[in-house]
Design a protein around this ligand. Structure first.
Ligand code: PPE
Length: 303
C-alpha cells in the first residue's frame, strides 16, 4: 500500500510508521473491532468526502451492536477524519477509521479493554483492477454462505466478518474468477465479500434486502436513489441464484469497488461488459462522487 505521512490515533496525529499496537491487543485475538471504508474525491470545489455522516453513523451503529463505548462523539470523529485528510495534504484517498478493543485483559469478556480509535488515509485505486469498471468481472457463487444475523450480525461492519469474506474471495480466485457472490443461510443471494449486488432484468432493478444478511451499503443506498431518480423501478427483495444467471445485467456497489459490472456468474455470461442500465447509473454515481451532479452535492462533505 502507498504510505501517507500521518495516522490519527486516539486523538493524536502520529507518523505512519509509528502507528503501532501491542501484540496482545484484544481485537487481534478475537476480531473485536468495527471499521469503515470511506472515500474522498477531488471536486471542482476541492476535496470532498462522500456521505461522511452516513459512514460515521454506521461506525457508531456497529459499535453499539458490540457494546463498545465510543470514546469520541460522531462529530469528533467527523472532524478527526477531515483533520487527517488535511494533515496528509491528500486530494483523493480511501479513509479507514477503526475502533477496536485494545490491550488490557485477555479473554472473551471485552469490557476491561480500552476502546482505541484510529483513522488512516491513503490512495487506493481500482479495487478489482483497472478494467473491471468498464468490462466487468467474472464471478462465482461461493460455496461459503454469508454470515447470518444470529451468527455474526451483518449490519455491523466488524473486522471478524471479513474472515467469511476472505474465504469467499479465496474461493473465487482459486476457481479463476475475480470476485465471489455469497448466498445467505436461506439460499438467497446476499452480497460479495466487500460489495452489494444488483441485477437488472427487463428494465427493472433488484437488490437483496436487509433480511438477506447484507451490510447496508452506503453506495447501495446511493445507487438505489440514483436509479429511482432516473425513473427505474428498484425492488429490495429475495433474489435466487437462477435469477443471477438469467439477468440482463448485474453489478456490484461499494466504497472500494464504486460501481463495477458483473460480466459472468459461474461461467454464465451476463452481459458484454457494461450494459446500458449499469452504464447509466455508473455514470451518474461517478458524477455524484466528484461533485458533478447538482442533485447529489448534498452527499458531499467538503474538507
Ligand atoms: N458489503 C460488504 C460486506 C462490504 O464490506 C462493503 C464495503 C459493502 C457491502 C458496501 O458498502 P458501502 O461501502 O457502504 O457501499 N466494503 C468496504 C471494504 C472493502 C475492503 O476490501 O476492505 C469498502 O468498500 O470500502
Amino acid at each position: 500500500m502507498e504510505k501517507t505521512s500521518k495516522i490519527w490515533m486516539d486523538g493524536k496525529l502520529v507518523p505512519w510508521d509509528e502507528a503501532r499496537v501491542h501484540v496482545l491487543t484484544h481485537a487481534l485475538h478475537y476480531g473485536s473491532g468495527v471499521f469503515e471504508g470511506i472515500r474522498c474525491y477531488l471536486t471542482d470545489k476541492g476535496p470532498a468526502v462522500f456521505r461522511l455522516k452516513g459512514h460515521v453513523r454506521r461506525l457508531f451503529d456497529s459499535a453499539r451492536i458490540y457494546q463498545m463505548p465510543m470514546p469520541y462523539s460522531e462529530k469528533e470523529i467527523i472532524s478527526a477524519i477531515k483533520e487527517t485528510i488535511r494533515a496528509n495534504n491528500i486530494k483523493e484517498c480511501y479513509i479507514r477509521p477503526i475502533a477496536f478493543r485494545g490491550y488490557g485483559e485477555m479473554g472473551l469478556e471485552p469490557s476491561k479493554c480500552p476502546v482505541n480509535v484510529s483513522i488512516a488515509v491513503w490512495p487506493w485505486g481500482a479495487y478489482l483492477g483497472k478494467e473491471a469498471q468498464e468490462r466487468g468481472v467474472k464471478t462465482i457463487i461461493s460455496t461459503w454462505a454469508r454470515i447470518s444475523p444470529n451468527v455474526l450480525p451483518p449490519f455491523a461492519k466488524a473486522t471478524a466478518n471479513y474472515l467469511n469474506s476472505i474465504l469467499a474471495k479465496q474461493d473465487a480466485l482459486s476457481k479463476g474468477a475475480q470476485e465471489a457472490i455469497m448466498l445467505d443461510s436461506r439460499g438467497f443471494v446476499s452480497e460479495g465479500p466487500g460489495e452489494n449486488v444488483f441485477i437488472v432484468k427487463d428494465g427493472s432493478i433488484s437488490t437483496p434486502g436487509p433480511e438477506s444478511s447484507i451490510l447496508l451499503g452506503i453506495t447501495r443506498d446511493s445507487a438505489i436513489a440514483i436509479a429511482r431518480d432516473s425513473g427505474y423501478e428498484v425492488r429490495e427483495r429475495d433474489i435466487t441464484r437462477q435469477e443471477l444467471y438469467l439477468a440482463d445485467e448485474a453489478f456490484y456497489t461499494g466504497t472500494a469497488v464504486e460501481l463495477t459490472p458483473i460480466s459472468s456468474v459461474d461461467g454464465r455470461k451476463i452481459s458484454d461488459g457494461l450494459g446500458p442500465v449499469t452504464a447509466e447509473i455508473q455514470k451518474k454515481l461517478f458524477g455524484a462522487l466528484r461533485g458533478r451532479e447538482k442533485k447529489y452535492v448534498k452527499w458531499l462533505d467538503f474538507v
